[in-house]
Design a protein around this ligand. Structure first.
Ligand SMILES: Nc1ncnc2c1ncn2[C@@H]1O[C@H](COP(=O)(O)OP(=O)(O)OP(=O)(O)O)[C@@H](O)[C@H]1O
Ligand SMILES: [Mg+2]
Length: 256
């Protein structure tokens, strides 16, 4: 059996009387694109927030590459290689495409401000390296023409692509994405789907995707987990999940 990259066991999280997560367990394997779907309020974002250290589950654990990371401080998640993009826009509008992507390297910079004074040569060398790596990401995401454009002036789909570049700059070992395609037109969606597949197959980074667009989910996922009311109600290949009576009921609200 292959080792899981990311593994959640018995995650439980309540906000007052609301159980956002109720004993949720699942694994993400190497080279896998796992999608999490479910109606609004099912607990998908809460789950991603627990996986990336933004929420603390009241019970259960998160393991990453075999290490229990449940109680680590949030910044450690990114440093260890849990990368993510968020619902909505997270880019800096007044900065350029390249500067935004360079921000992603922040978690990896070994030279702090103090050592920068002492070892400015090393910092310079690091900067050159990061600029080169940022350029590689810009090329990968086909943003060459826009590298010096202000992100605030870009259409939504491109801003989301820059946000993805920022997440890639962190050199994640797993990439968690919350509704990256919300608000995109069909062309932007198919572009992003292609980049996500390239990230998984070319860069060999497993992806956890929360997405409402069922056509995209069924098209690109290796496995799908379905949530309802904070619980995982089904898990399997897109084909298995599509035909699962519980899933049909959760989505249509009727007996299948
Ligand atoms: N920070 C919070 N404070 C209070 N309640 C919260 C918080 N975060 C989530 N919840 C509640 O937990 C439940 C699950 O919310 P969550 O955002 O995880 O759902 P979701 O599946 O991501 O929904 P959507 O598809 O609309 O994004 C909801 O009832 C929500 O109101
Ligand atoms: Mg959500």
């Amino acid at each position: 059996m292959t080792h899981a990259v990311l593994e959640a066991s018995g995650l439980t999280l309540s906000f007052g009387a609301i159980k956002a997560l109720d004993n949720v367990s699942f694994r993400v394997h190497p080279d896998e694109l796992l999608s999490i779907i479910g109606p609004n309020g099912a607990g998908k974002s809460s789950l991603l927030n627990c996986l990336s250290g933004f929420y603390r589950p009241q019970a259960g654990s998160v393991r990453f590459l075999g290490q229990d990371i449940t109680r680590l401080p949030t910044h450690r998640y990114a440093e260890l290689g849990v990368g993510r993009t968020f619902q909505g826009i997270q880019t800096y509008a007044s900065m350029t495409v390249r500067e935004n992507i360079l921000c992603g390297f922040h978690t990896r910079m070994t030279s702090g401000l103090f050592s920068a004074f002492l070892y400015w040569g090393r910092v310079r060398r690091e900067e050159d390296r990061y600029v080169r790596e940022a350029e590689a990401i810009i090329e990968f995401l086909e943003l060459e023409e826009l590298r010096h454009a202000s992100v605030g002036e870009l259409p939504y789909g491109l801003r989301k692509r820059v946000d993805l570049g920022r997440a890639l700059a962190m050199q994640p070992k797993v990439l968690i994405m919350d509704e990256p395609m919300a608000g995109m037109n069909p062309e932007e969606k198919s572009d992003l789907a292609r980049y996500i597949l390239d990230i998984k197959e070319g860069r060999r980074i497993p992806v956890v995707l929360v997405e409402h667009d069922m056509d995209v989910v069924m098209d690109i996922s290796d496995r799908v987990m379905v949530m309802e009311w904070g619980r995982s109600i089904a898990e399997g290949t897109p084909e298995e999940v599509r035909n699962d009576p519980r899933v049909i009921q959760a989505y249509l609200g009727v007996e299948a």
